[in-house]
Design a protein around this ligand. Structure first.
Ligand SMILES: Nc1ncnc2c1ncn2[C@@H]1O[C@H](COP(=O)(O)OP(=O)(O)OP(=O)(O)O)[C@@H](O)[C@H]1O
Ligand SMILES: [Mg+2]
Length: 271
C-alpha cells in the first residue's frame, strides 16, 4: 500500500479546440482516503479523472499514481492500479454481453478461468446484478442504470487499488444508489468520486475538492463546504438536500423537541 497513491502537481489541460479544462491542479490523496470531486458542469471533473488512468496524459505537470508516473510507458500498470468508471457507461462497455464485458479486464490480467469466474460473480453481486438474469444479456440493450452497474462491476472485477468514479449515482434508482453508497463505504480502496450528488459526497467523503473553471477553489472538510451556502452558490452548487430541505430542518427541530420531552419524562421517572 502506498502512502500517497495519488499525487498531482501543476497539472493543466487544454483540449485541441483551445478550451482550458484544467489549470494548475495540485493535490495529493492518501491511501484509502475517499474524496469527493464536485463542481458545476464543465468545471473539469471528468477531465481530471481521465488523467488518473492515463486516458489523457499530462500536457504540463505530473500525475503520479502509487510510484508510477502516468506516461505512455506505464499505461498497463497504471490501468491495473486505477479503475476508472466513466461518466457515460456507453463509453466503457464495449463487449457484446454482460459476462464478456465484466470478464474482459480480469482475463487480460492473465487469471485462470476459475479466478475470472469468481471475480465476475463477486463483482456482479457487489453491484446487485443477479448473475443468472444478467450474465448473458446483450449489454447495449440494458437500461441506463443497469449499464452503469455493469460498468462499475467491470472495474471492480479488476480489483484496482484506486477507484475513480465519474458520476456513479447518476441514473441509479434510489435503492441502487443506496446499495452503491453502502458498497463504496465498505470498499477499503482509495476512491475519487466526481459527483453532482452532494448528499452522496456528504455520506461517503470526509474530504471534498471543489473545481471551478478548471481550478481547485476548495480542498478540505466536506461538512464545512456543504454548510457554506454562499460559497456553494458562488460556484453554481447547491446545499445537499439533507441540509437544505425545509422539512428536514423542521424534522430536526421536531426531533430536538421530542428529545427534550423524552428527557423530561425520563427525568421525572428516574430522578
Ligand atoms: N473533447 C473535448 N473537446 C473540447 N472541449 C472539451 C472536451 N471535453 C471536455 N471539454 C471541455 O472541457 C471543460 C471541462 O469538461 P469536463 O467534462 O471535464 O467537465 P465536468 O466537470 O466533468 O462537467 P459535467 O459536470 O458536465 O460532467 C468543459 O468546458 C468542456 O466543454
Ligand atoms: Mg463530467
Amino acid at each position: 500500500m502506498h502512502h500517497n497513491p495519488i499525487s498531482i502537481t501543476q497539472l493543466s489541460h487544454s483540449y485541441p479546440d483551445g478550451t482550458e479544462a484544467l489549470r494548475q491542479i495540485n493535490l495529493s490523496i492518501r491511501a484509502t482516503e475517499r474524496v469527493a470531486l464536485v463542481g458545476a458542469n464543465g468545471s473539469g471533473k471528468s477531465t481530471l479523472l481521465l488523467h488518473l488512468n492515463g486516458i489523457l496524459l499530462p500536457q504540463t505537470g505530473e500525475v503520479v499514481i502509487g510510484e508510477l508516473s502516468v506516461a505512455a510507458a506505464n499505461l498497463v500498470a497504471v490501468r491495473n492500479f486505477v479503475g476508472l468508471v466513466f461518466q457515460n457507461p456507453d463509453d466503457q462497455i464495449f463487449m457484446p454481453t454482460v459476462w464478456e464485458d465484466i470478464s474482459f479486464g480480469p482475463m487480460n490480467q492473465g487469471l485462470s478461468q476459475e479466478a475470472v469466474l469468481h471475480r465476475v460473480h463477486h463483482a456482479m453481486l457487489a453491484v446487485g446484478l443477479d448473475y443468472e438474469t444478467y450474465a448473458a444479456r446483450i449489454a447495449s440493450n440494458l437500461s441506463g442504470g443497469e449499464k452503469k452497474r455493469v460498468a462499475i462491476a467491470g472495474v471492480l472485477a479488476m480489483q484496482p487499488q484506486v477507484l475513480a468514479l465519474d458520476e456513479p449515482s447518476a441514473q441509479l434508482d434510489p435503492r441502487s444508489r443506496r446499495q452503491l453508497i453502502q458498497l463504496l463505504h465498505q470498499l477499503p480502496l482509495t476512491q475519487v468520486i466526481a459527483t453532482h450528488d452532494l448528499d452522496l459526497a456528504l455520506e461517503l467523503c470526509s474530504r471534498t475538492i471543489v473545481l471551478s473553471h478548471g481550478q481547485i477553489v476548495f480542498d478540505g472538510s466536506t461538512e464545512v463546504v456543504m454548510n457554506d451556502r454562499a460559497f456553494l452558490e458562488k460556484h453554481a452548487l447547491e446545499m445537499p438536500l439533507s441540509y437544505a430541505r425545509p422539512y428536514c430542518e423542521l424534522q430536526h427541530q421536531c426531533e430536538l423537541q421530542h428529545q427534550a420531552v423524552q428527557n423530561r419524562i425520563a427525568g421525572q421517572y428516574y430522578r
